[in-house]
Design a protein around this ligand. Sequence first.
Ligand SMILES: NC(=O)c1ccc[n+]([C@@H]2O[C@H](COP(=O)([O-])OP(=O)(O)OC[C@H]3O[C@@H](n4cnc5c(N)ncnc54)[C@H](O)[C@@H]3O)[C@@H](O)[C@H]2O)c1
Length: 352
Amino acid sequence: MKKIVFVTGSSGLIGSEVCGFFAAQGYSVHGLDNNQRAVFFGAPGDTRWNQQRLQRELPDFAHHELDVRDRAGLQALVREIRPAVIVHTAAQPSHDRAAAIPFDDFDTNAVGTLNLLEAARQACPEAPFIHMSTNKVYGDAPNRIALAELDSRWDYADPAYAHGIPETFTIDQSKHSLFGASKLAADVLVQEYGRYFNMPTCCLRGGCLTGPNHSGVELHGFLSYLIKCNITGREYSIFGYKGKQVRDNIHSLDVARFMHAFAQAPRAGEVYNLGGGKGNACSILEAFKLAEKFIGRAQVYRYLDQPRAGDHICYYSDLRKMRAHYPAWDITKSLEQTAQEIVEAWQLRTDK
Ligand SMILES: NC(=O)c1ccc[n+]([C@@H]2O[C@H](COP(=O)([O-])OP(=O)(O)OC[C@H]3O[C@@H](n4cnc5c(N)ncnc54)[C@H](O)[C@@H]3O)[C@@H](O)[C@H]2O)c1
C-alpha cells in the first residue's frame, strides 16, 4: 500500500509542487482545492490550469473540490483517506487583499487551519502536519532593525542579523496587516497542536515563495508578477522604499524538499523561517535587472512614494535552524535559475 499525502491548496504554487514531489517519492496524492484564488484575485488568479496539469501528469492523484472552511466536509474527507502526511497550503495569501475581505481571510486562514488540525487530531494524529505560514507573522517589526542603504538595496546594519531573521524574532506589538494576523492565529494553533497534543506539526514561515507554477498577480507573487509584467510590457508599480526593498526568494521545489525532509523525521510544534536566505535575496530594482537579463527588454515601471502598509523594507530568513535540524536539506535553486524558469514558464503560458 502506498502512503497517502493530503495536500490542501493543491492547485496553487506550493501545493502543486508538493503534489509532484511527493508523487515522485512514491506517495499516492490527494489534493484539495476549490480555485478560491480566482475568487480572491479574479481571472488572473485562476489555478484550474494547474489542477488540470496535475490530473494529466500524476498517475495517482485524486482532486477534491472542497473548501477548507467546510468543517464537516473536511472531517469526513480526512477520516476517509487517513493520510500519512498532511501539507496545508490553502490560504488567502495576500497581505493587501485581506483588508477588503476580512471575514473570508480569517475564515480561510485561521478557522480553515483549525478545521484541518482538528480533523487530523481525530483521524490521524500521528501524521506529520506541515503548515505553510508566513514571515508576516513578525508584522513590520523587522523594519525596526537598523538598516544600511546600498546602491540598489537595503541591508541590515545590525550585525546581529547578518544571517537574517531568526525564528526567535518577536511576533508581538507590530503592524501585521489582517493577513498577518489571520496567519499568526493559524501559526500559533499549529504550534499548540504540537505542544498541547504532541502532534508532529511544524510552521514554515515563508519569505517569498516562487517558481514557474505561480499564477502571479499584483497583490501576490512578487517575482512571478514582475516577470509577467516585463514579458507582456505591462507597467509594474513600485510602492515606496525607493524600490530597494529586499525579499528572499525560494523556489517551490526547495520548499517541497524541506517538507519531505520534515515528514521523514518529524518533530512536534516546530517553527522554521523558510526563505531563500541572504544568498537568494534581491531588491525590486535588482529583480528588474534579472528580468531584463533573461527577457531582453527594459522593465516599464512607475514609482509611488507610498509603501504598502506593514511592508518589510528588508527581510531575509536565517536558514541556520533548518540546516541544523535537517542537514541533508539546503537551497538547490539559485535566484538566477529560478528567475529563468519563471521567464520560460510565462513565455509558454497563454493566460498572461
Ligand atoms: N507565495 C509566497 O510568496 C508565500 C509567502 C509566504 C507564505 N506563503 C504561504 O504559502 C501558502 C501557499 O502559498 P501559494 O503561493 O502557493 O498560494 P496560491 O494562492 O498559489 O495557492 C493557494 C491555493 O489554495 C486555494 N485555496 C484558497 N482558499 C481556499 C479555500 N478556502 N478552500 C480550498 N482551497 C483554497 C487556492 O485556490 C490556491 O490554489 C499559503 O499559506 C501562503 O500564505 C506564500
